[in-house]
Design a protein around this ligand. Sequence first.
Ligand SMILES: [Zn+2]
Length: 278
Amino acid sequence: MPELPEVETMVRGIKTEITGRCILEVELCHCTRRPIQISPSPANFRRLQKERVVRRVSRLAKRIVIELDGDDFVVIEPRMTGLMLVSDPPTVDHRRVCWHLKPKRGRVSSFEFWDRRGLGTVRLLDAAAMLELRQKLGPDALTMTAADWKKQLSRTARPIKVAMLEQKLVAGIGNLYASEILHKAGVSPKRSAARVTGPMWERIADATHHILNEAIRYEGSTLSDGTYRNALNKDGGYQNEHRVYQKADQPCPTCDKGTIKRIVQTQRATFYCSKCQR
Ligand SMILES: [Zn+2]
């Protein structure tokens, strides 16, 4: 958390406000908690962004990419608890970086990165470093066809759910949506990726589009810890639509015969129905 739908929601939330705007000053907020990773050095990070114009805001897997004029990129990875905001933050204590913008009538005067646990990273990359980062990642989950899925994952013998979290194979999916997608696709999370059949890859590709687009429409999932918020510091709504995630011992919403089980795969919880996921 946040995964593709939450990061896409953050991008959409800040994009209209900050595209075309000029950065006046970057403030590294005073924070007594575990510091986030910033690169290059804080002084250079601040200096290099002064007077630069935001050309474009986009998403790269689970990262927010702010493209500046002159071909540099601010890449923000929220990891566990990071948020991009154009409004007051949930707490003042966990504000990390604030970008002050040249004033424009009727528009926000700043945007910021907030991170409770401090595992997030904020980096300024040149075009070559940006290209290198793109090349490390697999195709974006939202654009993948069944053929792409097969090409990327069918050579690994690991369980399909574990392989789905590998960002160099498929980019954007995390622990929550992996369980949701496999349940909708009717594929067992324990099945070896090498043994997923052609029709199963079709169902996985379809379920991925369906689940991720629906979660974007609901502006992501705010779990019981309440951490994830959209750019206006409001809850997402997709947590009310989850089929299996954190629903152990509840009846399966698809088949009525099964009960949702919780298992652990590579130290992460997986939720599934053993009756309708094969
Ligand atoms: Zn079921």
